[in-house]
Design a protein around this ligand. Structure first.
Ligand code: TXA
Ligand code: MG
Length: 314
């Protein structure tokens, strides 16, 4: 049986909140990508979520709340966290902070770590679901573990099938790329995952972001070498042109051989928003491989190149 899709009417949002209260799973649009939501306080609901994603148990989830006071209930927010929260929340930024005693998120949602990942989303539907449910929601991206991120409701249904009880369909996610994850649990702020908020905007507020130490492997699935992978087609990056049997995913003007173009005008924001749906479409079209045009590395290009490199690895 396929997942049920519904527009985010008041009725559907109330139903989503009811399902979540029963420990069930709901696909929820956010401004970054679609999330698979579960009651963060319920180990049973979170276990069901891990099972639905086929995700390794030790990977911690992002806890989504609507207000700064709720974030401060989950994690200990220092001056750096408050400065970033004030500037970028609600929005595509996740902060990893030491867990607070008062937190409602269960140990399983935090993978037993002493830290918690927090985000206040900006999307109207995500906010309405959190408000109607009345508590923190664990929401990883709504794809099977290691698979392509879902940026619209149909992709959520394709990835998760009947494992998800309801998918709220608000059209394509506006940004199309996951949130940027910043680690604030130690003395130096870390860029744990490049994402929809470019590094430069964060560094303008709290100074330079360091790379996480390789040994620390911060248990971030977005950091595993092979992640965001297409199911069938092999990816070839920085390709000037397609080879026989390959689709070509272009970027910028004058690419007549492009099967699809992430942004004909060369706009990185547009490219981020189209990235996963384009990979998903080409992966489903029967090509042996997908050759991808070089993408500039500045601004959002850092996150786009990061996702492409992980999808191509393995
Ligand atoms: O845009 C997003 O962030 C989406 C939407 C739905 O909000 N969510 C998302 O969640 O991408 P997920 O679970 O696919 O990615 C969460 C990332 C992972 O890289 C995870 O390891 C990292 O956040 N993370 C979570 N808790 C952490 C912690 N305590 N320490 C370090 N990294 C953590
Ligand atoms: Mg993910």
């Amino acid at each position: 049986m396929a997942a049920r899709l519904s527009p985010p009417s008041a009725h559907a949002i109330a139903e989503a909140a009811d399902l979540l209260a029963q420990g069930r799973l709901v696909g929820v649009p956010t401004e970054t990508v679609y999330g698979l939501a579960a009651d963060a306080a319920s180990p049973g609901a979170v276990a069901r979520l891990f099972a639905a994603k086929g995700r390794p148990r030790f990977n911690p989830l992002i806890i989504h709340i609507n207000a700064l006071e709720d974030a401060a209930c989950e994690g200990r927010l220092d001056g750096r966290a408050l400065a970033l929260a004030e500037r970028f929340w609600p929005g595509p930024l996740t902060l990893v902070a030491p867990r607070a005693e008062t937190g409602r998120a269960c140990d399983l949602a935090c993978a037993g770590l002493a830290t918690v990942a927090l985000r206040i989303p900006a999307h109207e539907t995500a906010r309405a679901v959190i408000a109607a449910f009345g508590g923190p929601l664990a929401m990883p991206s709504a794809n099977r573990s290691g698979g392509l991120t879902a940026t619209d409701a149909h992709a959520v249904a394709d990835e998760l099938g009947e494992a998800v009880d309801l998918v709220l369909d608000a059209g394509p996610a506006p940004l199309g790329l996951e949130s940027t994850v910043v680690g604030l649990a130690g003395p130096a702020p870390l860029l744990l995952r490049p994402g929809a908020l470019p590094r430069g905007e964060i560094e303008a507020v709290i100074g330079p972001l360091a790379a996480p130490p390789a040994s620390d492997a911060v248990q971030a699935p977005g950091m595993l070498a092979r992640h965001y992978a297409p199911k069938h087609a092999k990816l070839r990056l920085e390709a000037a042109a397609p080879e026989p049997g390959e689709a070509y995913l272009g970027f910028g003007p004058q690419q007549p051989w492009a099967t699809l173009n992430l942004s004909p005008s060369g706009d990185l924001v547009e490219a981020a928003a189209t990235l996963f749906s384009a990979l998903r479409a080409l992966d489903g079209a029967g090509y042996a491989g997908i050759a991808v045009a070089p993408i500039p590395r500045q601004g959002l290009g850092e996150a786009i190149n990061d996702r492409l490199a992980r999808a191509a690895a393995g």
